[in-house]
Design a protein around this ligand. Sequence first.
Ligand code: PLP
Length: 367
Amino acid sequence: MTATRPQPRKGVLQIDAYVPGKSSAPGVTKVFKLSSNETPLGPSPKAIEAYGAVGKRLEDYPDGSSSDLRDAIGRVYGLDPDRIVCGAGSDDLLNLLARAYLGDGDEAIHTTHGFLVYPIATLGTGATPVVAPEKDFTADVDAILSRVTAKTKMVFLANPNNPTGTYIPFDEVKRLHNGLPAHVLLVIDAAYAEYVRKNDYEAGIELVATSENVVMTRTFSKIHGLAALRLGWMYGPAHVIDAINRIRGPFNVSAPAIAAGIAAIEDAAHQEHSREHNTEWLLWLTEEIAKLGLHVTPSAANFVLIHFPHNKGRTAAEANAFLMRRGLILRQVAAYKLPNALRMSIGTEEANRLVVKALAEFLGQSA
Ligand SMILES: *Cc1c(COP(=O)(O)O)cnc(C)c1O
């Protein structure tokens, strides 16, 4: 039968559109946005300055190949700039990877509580997302490998993962890679790599450098504090970089993003300061929230996943409403199959203390 109106391709209407974290609380003037894992410290002042300078030349197209930014990233990480592609956020790159490597009938694997962009990008190509169960809210390499079929073309692994905050050690990432057929692309999304302080963790640079089927994506939205500008980058084998360069938008990164990105990645002191703030308050929040009797999943990133009881009056949804009335905006994660949890980004000292105090009140204890 001929359709009476245009029809999107197969898969598109199966997508549950991504719902971003809230940024305002009704009736509250002072809010603390702890819902999207943004940094409480803001970007490097040098990035803000570089961004401002571009305002005088808005009529010019950006450098379509982001050369200076790729050179800067290459210098900082010791990478060949020709094996880097920049994008409008890592979301852009994840979608480009899906578009380049997935199509009707293909399968792409992600884990139960994996980042929601993976199934969205997969379905948009006509391919099928396949879910591999996790263990203790952590990616399980054996479960992922057991889901590989002749149709599998891609595996998405967020390491650390959002919204759980858990990570798998580099040995496990290598074991995953070793178990995958050579034609399956392993996408390591290392959006939170800069925050991780674990001896057995690596973002994946070495694995990308030594194989033909691994890419690593990174973002400027988290530790670099440039979420508003939409900027990410990917490191991969030459043949994957070539494919992505063919399908990406010719000017997919804006000039202000390029300028701010260069300044941000070169400001090691600002990154270190942000990392130290995070390490200190991640530990403090994990301990203080646990003292209230709530379970917190151990996190290696810049947020914590807080689990609430099922009993009425104490649920995650009720806690969320309670905190919201106080201007404390956390993230509900039911869409991540975590209806009994809230995700909280590590905030300023003030915000962190207010959340613990409010949670104590919510639970009927005094802090
Ligand atoms: C925040 C986040 C990103 C970054 O996305 P951008 O498009 O670069 O802002 C990527 N992956 C995960 C898992 C994230 O949580």
